[in-house]
Design a binder for this molecule. Sequence first.
Ligand SMILES: [Zn+2]
Length: 205
Amino acid sequence: MRGWRVVGAMILLFSWALAQAWQTAKSPGFIVQTASSPDRALLPQVFTLLQQARRELVLAGLSPPQTVSVIIHPNLPSYTATTQQPWFILAVSDRRANTIHTQRLRILLERGSLERTLRHELFHLSQPEGWPRWRAEGAAMRFAGDRPTAAPFPAIREAELNRLLAQPPSSEALARAMATAYLWAQRLPPTSQRGALLSVQSAIR
Ligand SMILES: [Zn+2]
């Protein structure tokens, strides 16, 4: 009996390890890695959202990378260890690697932001080179359909805003910095809005 128990425990452990193993799914232009079955169940929706966002970015005159990798982390430790991001940042994009890292999709769904998060990060992988951080965040928010969730800072220097966006000390500071970036992007004079940003605005549904 004892032997069977050991075998049973090994089978359980093996199935658990299989369920946790990374699996890859592909759709034209996208490679998505998941390590949990609840995330895998949402893959059709994820691919539809990504393809739609890519079409809109191209229509807006931007150039999404040929192939984008999306890594959906199965838990917070995996996400934070890989990205070095705090828990309150749901996803992050690595422009050099054309890769998006996200927390579990259920977390994004619970916050009502699965679509907005994917669109926001795909925008970052497609944005023009050399934009200051605040401009990239403001434009990504507008493309994603994000709305500010806090009051903007009434007076803040550009360098300080960029620093807060890059390394936010708290979720509250991040929300205010994002609201400020959104506002500043909206206030760009028409000449500097020509091209990408203007077209992006028209692509917002
Ligand atoms: Zn962003």
